[in-house]
Design a binder for this molecule. Sequence first.
Ligand code: ZN
Length: 128
Amino acid sequence: MTVQKDFRFDAAHQLTHYHGKCESLHGHTYYLSVFVEGEMDRSSGMVIDFLHITNTVQEIILSKLDHKNLNDMFENPSTEIVAEWIFKTLYPPLQSTTYHLASIRLSETPSSHITYSKEDYARYTERN
Ligand SMILES: [Zn+2]
């Protein structure tokens, strides 16, 4: 079963390895969806408490990104690079014997989305 929880945050960025509109400083309202996969616990009737996802994302992701200039944290804050960091950061705390982080989706505009999955993370950890 997959549990999805959605968030949004506002941030500024400028792409340092790009020639075009996005090389100038500008802002986005980002939408973030977090997907946790696991077995439903029959006594609680839950895979994971929505509130646990909310608190975790608030404490370790949104507190660092919301209303920030992403260039202060990332050398080249493309949506792909930010999505990879979000997945890496959320993976350890959103893991138990019965559930794990399956993927995240980060949207820079209503029609531009990056999906970063545990398969991408496995390839990333093999390389690094
Ligand atoms: Zn942009």
